[in-house]
Design a protein. Structure first.
Length: 147
């Protein structure tokens, strides 16, 4: 019998008392998504190179340093690109603000030239990419996922 596209199969583990099948296979969110070789870690490697290539790294640093403290978020004290090792807490904070910070850095600032048509298309693709990755990372941290 299939329910919502999932085929139920018999497994010995299902019959062991106090086993919850939904909890048997779980990704290690901290290391697979946030730190180490996680998705956000790769994003952090990619963003500075993209910003440098498009001469927007200074705008990013400016926005990064302007982030205020608010409940559940601690504003960074160092530039994003100089932090060599991130804790899980810092990485979760990064995931919360990188979309807005990255987008603000790509938009026109007073001392930066207006992006060309080709750059604007590239910036929009990059923003969609960062949005997709951060949405995924934030959703992995939900305690449950309703239909």
């Amino acid at each position: 019998m299939r329910v919502k596209g999932v085929k139920n199969i018999k497994n010995t583990l299902w019959s062991i008392p106090s086993i919850i099948p939904a909890e048997l296979i779980r990704a290690d969110i901290l290391h697979n998504v946030l730190v180490g070789s996680g998705v956000l870690d790769h994003l952090m490697d990619w963003i500075p190179g993209f910003l440098k290539h498009n001469e927007r790294i200074n705008a990013f640093d400016y926005v990064w340093h302007q982030l205020p403290h608010y409940p559940g978020f601690f504003a960074p004290t160092k530039a994003c690109r100089v932090i060599s090792q991130w804790s899980g807490k810092e990485m979760r904070n990064f995931g919360k603000v990188i979309m807005g910070t990255f987008t603000a850095a790509l938009r026109r600032n007073g001392n930066q030239p207006r992006p060309t048509g080709g750059q604007l298309q590239e910036f929009n693709k990059a923003i969609r990419c960062v949005r997709s990755i951060t949405d995924f990372c934030l959703m992995t941290q939900y305690p449950s996922h309703p239909d």
